[in-house]
Write a protein that binds this ligand. Structure first.
Ligand code: FAD
Length: 281
């Protein structure tokens, strides 16, 4: 169940989840997986806690879903906070348990300002370790609006093209304006890189937390949309989020994007309505 076998044909739909920390959150996730499973996603992906925290939760959920679902499941994995030996052991464990899809990430330095730890500095080094471990489908991250630690667009795009050249596909950080996504695809094309990069987009049902995420990862937040969301009732927010995300996804697909990756925050309502509106039902 390699994700690479599902790419390259009709546009794909995929969903991102995070590992739950409580029994109640676990029930919400299971219900969400069941409902969104009806859309036959090309794959689902499971995030990894910042700095290697929650590593076991991610591992256990990915192994569980891989064993009992026919939807390819991808484990996110970060360099930050890990030795090479720890990453190699985790990859061996995934291989032994039939997990064949990994999103190789750099990870972020600790939020308290202490220096980054770990043997690898960049995601590309993790891609090489994964390639040397076995037959995995490897995804990597892309930032259409530039990575917050990048100083120059040219350098960022060059590193991205090199990293994508060693991977099978990319997924972007969330964004609201399609123009930088299309510009990034053109820049990559000019560098000879045609590896598919799925736009990752997020229906904003909790604007305060999305503002916080956006400030950390360099996504530009459209003021008018967020002002509307911030004064809306929860029910109206859902309507606005579905309408805005569906319109963005349509523009991306019409412009040639290879699929849509939805950040669900483990909730099904907005994601299901968007998938339906896009005709993935
Ligand atoms: P890298 O590819 O290493 O890039 C980081 C920076 O280094 C960029 O500025 C790049 O231009 C620069 N760079 C790259 N190579 C070189 C080089 N050779 N020389 C100099 N500079 C270089 N984080 C988590 O902790 N858990 C998750 O589950 C998670 N999931 C994510 C999923 C997606 C789809 C995305 C887009 C991000 C996710 N992140 C996650 C966040 C990610 O770990 C951080 O944004 C991190 O800061 C960068 O990761 P990267 O893989 O792009 O790093």
């Amino acid at each position: 169940m390699h994700i690479r076998d599902r790419l390259g044909g009709a546009p794909t739909l995929s969903f991102e989840f995070f590992p739950p920390k409580t029994d109640e959150a676990e029930q919400t996730l299971r219900a969400t997986l069941e409902r969104l499973g009806a859309f036959h996603p090309a794959f689902v992906s499971i995030t990894y806690g910042a700095g290697g925290t929650d590593a076991v939760r991610t591992r256990d959920l990915v192994v569980d879903l891989t064993g009992r679902s026919d939807v390819p499941t991808m484990a996110h994995l970060t360099c930050m906070g890990h030795t090479r030996a720890e990453l190699a052991a985790l990859l061996e464990d995934y291989r032994a348990n039939g997990v064949v899809n990994i999103l190789a990430l750099g990870g972020d330095p600790p939020a308290d300002g202490s220096p980054p730890t770990g043997d690898f500095r960049y995601a590309a080094e993790l891609v090489d370790l994964i390639r040397g471990t076995g037959d995995f489908t490897v995804g990597v991250a892309a930032f259409p609006e530039l990575h917050p630690r990048s100083e120059a667009t040219e350098d960022d795009r060059r590193y991205l093209a090199e990293k994508l050249g060693r991977a099978d596909f990319g997924i972007t950080q969330f964004f609201f304006d399609p123009v930088p996504y299309f510009r990034m695809v053109e820049d990559l094309d000019a560098l000879g890189c045609r590896v598919p990069v799925l736009p990752g987009i997020m229906p904003v049902t909790t604007p305060a937390s999305v503002r916080r995420f956006a400030a950390m990862n360099g996504s530009r937040v459209p003021p008018a949309l967020f002002e509307r969301l911030e004064v809306a009732s929860p029910a109206d927010r859902l309507e606005i989020a579905v309408e805005q995300t569906t319109a963005l996804a349509r523009r991306l697909l019409d412009g040639g994007a290879p699929g849509i990756h939805l950040y669900t925050l483990n909730r099904s309502e907005a994601a299901a309505r968007i998938a339906e509106a896009l005709g993935f039902a």
